[in-house]
Design a protein around this ligand. Structure first.
Ligand SMILES: C[S@@+](CC[C@H](N)C(=O)[O-])C[C@H]1O[C@@H](n2cnc3c(N)ncnc32)[C@H](O)[C@@H]1O
Length: 262
C-alpha cells in the first residue's frame, strides 16, 4: 500500500530516472541487445495485463481494490470536468462540430460525448482498449455517433474541431511530449483538450519516497510533465490556454487544460 501510495501517479509506475532510455535486454552473447521503446511497451501492456486492470478501473461495477477505486474516482472527476465545460458551451456547439479522442481507452470520454450528440472519432494504440470502447458504445446504441479504431495518436490524420487526449501524456517522456502536442495541434482546427500528471515538487518528492520501497510489479513507465513545458508546447503548436482544472485524489493527479487556436 505504501509503495502504491508513494510511487503511483494516475495508477502507473513512475520511472526511476526522469529521462529513462529504452530498456535494453541482453538477448544472447552473440546477438545485440533488444531495446523496448515506450510505445511498444504501452501497446503490449494495454493489450494484456493493463487492459484487464484498466477495464475494471474504468467500469462502474468492475471489482477494484481501494487504490483502484480512488483512481476511478479521480479519473471520473476529470471526465466530469470536461463534460461540464461541454455542457456550459451548449449542446449546439457539440453537435455542429467533430471531435477526435486520441488514446480513448475504453471510451470513458468518447461515449458520454456521443450521448450528448457529438460525432466522435476515437482511437487507441491498444486494440483491446479500442475494441472494448466500441463494444460499450454499441451496447448503448451509439455506433452511428462514435467510431473506434486502433492507432498510434501520432499517426492520426484529418481535421477535427476538437481533439482531446486525456491521461495519455503520462506515457510520453518529456523529450517527446512537444512532438506529440504538435501532432495533435496539426489535426485540431479549433481546440485541444489535454491532461497530464504535473511535475511539481510535491509529486516528485512522492516519487522519490516511493523509490525507497521496491514494488512487486512494474507496469509501464510513467512520466510527469511541468505545466510550463506543456504550455510552451501548446504555444508552439499555435494554441493558448482558455480553461484549466486540477484533479487530485490520494493516488490520482491530473492537470486538465483546454487550449484554443490563436
Ligand atoms: C490511462 S489510459 C487513459 C484512457 C482514456 N483517455 C481515458 O481517459 O479514459 C491511457 C491510454 O492511452 C493509450 N495510449 C498510450 N500511448 C498512446 C499513443 N501513442 N497513441 C494512442 N494511444 C495511446 C493507452 O493504450 C491507454 O488506453
Amino acid at each position: 500500500m505504501l509503495q502504491l501510495a508513494a510511487s503511483s501517479i494516475l495508477g502507473l509506475t513512475v520511472p526511476h530516472a526522469p529521462h529513462a532510455p529504452p530498456r535494453c535486454l541482453a538477448a544472447s552473447r552473440a546477438a545485440s541487445p533488444v531495446c523496448v521503446d515506450d510505445k511498444s511497451e504501452v501497446e503490449e501492456y494495454f493489450n494484456n495485463e493493463g487492459f484487464n486492470r484498466w477495464n475494471r478501473i474504468y467500469s462502474e461495477d468492475g471489482e477494484v481494490n481501494a487504490v483502484q477505486l480512488d483512481i476511478r474516482t479521480g479519473h471520473g472527476q476529470t471526465v466530469d470536468k470536461i463534460l461540464k465545460w461541454v455542457d456550459s458551451d451548449g449542446r449546439e456547439s457539440l453537435s455542429d462540430g467533430t471531435w477526435c479522442d486520441a488514446g480513448c481507452g475504453v471510451g470513458s470520454l468518447a461515449i458520454p460525448l456521443a450521448q450528448r450528440g457529438a460525432t466522435v472519432v476515437a482511437s487507441d494504440i491498444a486494440g483491446a482498449m479500442a475494441s472494448e470502447a466500441e463494444r460499450r458504445a454499441a451496447d448503448l446504441g451509439l455506433s452511428e455517433r462514435a467510431s473506434f479504431s486502433t492507432s498510434d495518436l501520432e499517426s492520426l490524420s484529418g481535421e477535427y474541431d476538437t481533439v482531446s487526449c486525456i491521461d495519455v501524456m503520462i506515457h510520453y517522456p518529456p523529450e517527446k511530449m512537444a512532438g506529440m502536442v504538435g501532432h495533435l495541434g496539426g489535426i485540431a482546427k479549433e481546440r485541444l483538450i489535454l491532461s497530464f500528471a504535473p511535475d511539481t515538487w510535491y509529486y516528485r518528492a512522492l516519487k522519490r519516497f516511493g523509490e525507497l520501497f521496491p514494488g512487486p510489479s512494474k507496469t509501464t513507465r510513467a512520466y510527469l510533465h511541468t505545466e510550463e513545458a506543456v504550455l510552451k508546447a501548446l504555444s508552439e503548436a499555435g494554441f493558448a490556454p482558455s480553461r484549466t482544472e486540477m484533479t487530485g485524489t490520494n493516488f490520482y493527479f491530473s492537470r486538465l487544460i483546454e487550449a484554443v487556436r490563436q
